[in-house]
Design a protein around this ligand. Structure first.
Ligand SMILES: CC(C)(COP(=O)(O)OP(=O)(O)OC[C@H]1O[C@@H](n2cnc3c(N)ncnc32)[C@H](O)[C@@H]1OP(=O)(O)O)[C@@H](O)C(=O)NCCC(=O)NCCS
Length: 196
């Protein structure tokens, strides 16, 4: 029987292959409604980390998500079929989408077949019709609200993503990126207090 959370309004359980540190906070097990990972370790949430209402672990059978120590995820959707790694002290704001897989094919005919497959079978178990590319979000990264991090992207330590950005390329360390597509608007010196 999976672990329950005394404060949980949803009343579900934390899956057996999801490892949540005793000092971490998961606001509700509803975050696992789309969690289907069968990996030995489908999710790991580190020391002192927090995940709040609206966070969804949309993790496919082969997916593995890690949230680092003292990271905070406030209502983001993590779409994972291979690997999404989020570092220590990362701050992920509301409505952020991080995806390692587009899940639907680009080709119009293939997309029609993909959509038909939902009608034929289990609507929640349709195979992801794309090849996943792992996403890595480094330590101390801050991602502003409504942003989208696309497959294969690495955001290096200490960087900031402006609100409503679409990140399609890797972000170097201690950079501020913004816009669609996200571009570097400046760099940060650690200890710089001009972003508060
Ligand atoms: C990224 C951010 C931190 C940058 O702050 P900043 O360094 O003070 O940046 P500035 O306001 O000086 O803007 C610098 C330039 O980037 C642009 N810019 C800043 N944020 C942008 C954004 N989100 N999208 C597009 N352009 C942006 C500005 O228009 C400005 O352009 P210009 O030089 O052509 O005039 C801030 O804009 C932001 O998006 N914060 C998100 C906060 C958030 O999501 N909080 C949720 C709580 S966790």
């Amino acid at each position: 029987m999976g672990r329950t959370l005394p404060w949980d309004w949803y009343g579900g359980t934390i899956p057996d292959n999801a490892f949540v540190d005793e000092t971490a906070y998961v606001e509700t097990t509803f975050s696992f409604f789309l969690y289907r990972s069968t990996a030995a370790e489908g999710l790991r949430i580190g020391r002192g980390a927090s995940t709040y209402l609206g966070t969804m672990f949309d993790v496919g059978p082969g997916g593995r998500v890690t949230l680092g120590d003292f990271s905070l995820v406030h209502g983001a959707r993590l779409i994972c079929d291979a690997a999404i790694e989020i570092g220590d002290y990362a701050l992920i704001s509301w409505n952020v989408v991080v995806m390692d897989n587009y899940r639907a094919p680009l080709d119009p005919d293939a997309r029609r077949s993909f959509l038909e497959s939902f009608a034929r079978g289990d609507r929640r178990a349709a195979p992801a019709a794309d090849t996943p590319r792992p996403v890595r979000i480094g330590n101390n990264v801050w991602i502003g609200f409504d942003s989208c991090i696309l497959p294969g992207v690495t955001i290096a330590d200490g960087s900031v993503v402006g609100a409503r950005s679409v990140v399609v390329d890797d972000v170097p360390p201690y950079s501020v990126v913004a816009g669609n597509p996200a571009r570097i608007i400046r760099s940060i010196q650690p200890g710089d207090s001009s972003i508060s």
